[in-house]
Write a new protein. Structure first.
Length: 426
């Protein structure tokens, strides 16, 4: 374990001093009546009511959160605490708390500590809704300080947050710190939860049944991927973390469960990129007595519904693009799409060797692995030429059979599978 920093040693010393004086730096119980957003809304409602004659304004609250800012000003002190909803100001005064308690707050508590504060709400001369503290207690003493952040108000009134925690690697490895100092990251987590809830609601309302299939499997399948291998000691048997739900969900169709879905984790022991993570959350659904055209319609309806629930609109801004998820979406047949962007008609090249020659003739050294199958070469054309053009939500269909082994064949064709995935910003 690394050595404590000087600041951490000071905080550890404070913990010992607190215990020596009979204070528990990590009490087992907290009490809170409101979050910051809730009490601000309640106070504003009370203010509106107090505008009428003979009205009295007294809104009491007990708040809890992490200290994010603190400043002492003689007999008074101000602080901001942050909870799940945001920040709110606290006001400490010697008149109500006594000098010893205000000194205790200023000297023994630090940025990052969690506290509970009770009192009466009021609005300061600058217009900020604030809790006038009549009592407070320490809930958890921090040892390692969080990276500092600073909000700067621009001339146009917008607020820009400057955070010390900007390293992408540290933010990924220390997600808790990223969440603590970056409210936009917390909002992303909330939106993800809303998204999954919306997908469940949509499928439930369309008579699909949510199920759970095994994560540990004696045989893996449902996708072309390398699995993670583990060992079951009691059975003395190697097991595999699933790479897909597909085979087990299809067994449920065999068991006469006509509409099923699962949202869960899959695991693939392969490389890492912006398109691929070794473990990821996936939604798969299966629908008996429906073809891939009906699945297209259901999927675009489901995604549009989820967009409305998460963002309030089917129009979503992503980078420099405005994406429209309102049905119907664009449909692109793979052969026609590849021909348009690459100038190669895959139907005219029946073998891998012939297709490789065509790719090299058209695009020089920009060609796939010569040992690839014909299907893999078509997938290369897709990734290199067609996929970058698919900005708006798009259905791409009629994949090659050898990269879609579990899909039904197109009528009259032994080479093409049916719909296998969506392309675009999905």
């Amino acid at each position: 374990m690394s050595e404590y920093t000087t600041l951490e040693k000071i905080r550890l010393q404070k913990i010992e001093e607190l215990r020596a004086e009979g204070f528990d730096p990590y009490p087992t119980r907290a009490e809170r009546t409101h979050t910051s957003t809730q009490i601000i809304a309640e106070y504003e409602s009370a203010e509106a009511a107090a505008a009428t004659p003979d009205s009295t304004l007294e809104v009491k609250a007990t708040l809890a959160g992490r200290i994010r800012a603190s400043r002492a000003m003689g007999k008074v002190s101000f602080a901001h605490i942050e909870d799940r909803d945001g920040k709110i100001q606290l006001f400490f005064r010697v008149n109500e708390l006594g000098k010893d308690r205000v000194d205790f707050f200023n000297k023994m508590l630090d940025l990052g500590d969690f506290i509970q504060a009770s009192g009466v709400m009021f609005r300061t001369k600058t217009g900020e809704i604030t809790l006038h503290v009549h009592d407070f207690k320490l809930l958890a003493k921090s040892v390692t300080p969080l990276p500092a952040d600073k909000d700067v108000t621009q001339e146009d009134g917008t607020v820009v947050r400057y955070a010390a925690l900007e390293s992408a690697e540290i933010r990924a490895r220390q997600r808790y710190a990223d969440l603590a100092v970056n409210p936009d990251v917390r909002e992303t987590f909330r939106k993800r939860a809303t998204l999954i809830k919306a997908l469940r609601t949509f499928l439930d309302e369309h008579d699909f049944l949510e199920v759970e299939t095994p994560i540990l499997q004696p045989l893996y399948g449902g996708a072309a991927a390398r699995p993670f291998v583990t060992h079951h000691n009691e059975l003395d048997q190697d097991m595999y973390l699933r790479i897909s739900f597909e085979l087990y969900l299809k067994r449920l169709l065999v068991g006469n469960m006509e509409r099923v879905y699962e949202i869960g984790r899959d695991f693939r022991n392969e490389g890492v990129s912006f398109k691929h993570n070794p473990e990821f959350t996936q939604l798969e659904f299966y629908w008996a007595y429906a073809d891939y055209l009906q699945v297209m319609e259901l999927t675009e309806q489901m995604v549009a519904y989820a967009a409305e629930k998460v963002a309030g609109s089917t129009k979503i801004t992503f980078g420099e693009h405005e994406l429209e998820f309102k049905p119907p979406w664009k449909r692109v047949e793979m052969r026609a799409g590849i021909l348009e962007v690459s100038g190669i008609d895959i139907a005219e090249h029946k073998t891998a060797e012939d297709l490789l020659k065509a790719i090299r003739a058209k695009h020089g050294n920009k060609s796939p692995d010569p040992k690839s199958t014909r299907g893999k070469m078509i997938d290369f054309l897709l990734g290199e030429f067609l996929e970058p053009t698919l900005i708006q939500p798009t259905f791409l269909y009629n994949y090659p059979r050898d990269i879609s082994p579990l899909a039904k064949s197109m009528p009259g064709s032994s080479h093409c599978g049916a719909l296998r995935r969506l392309r675009g910003w999905l």
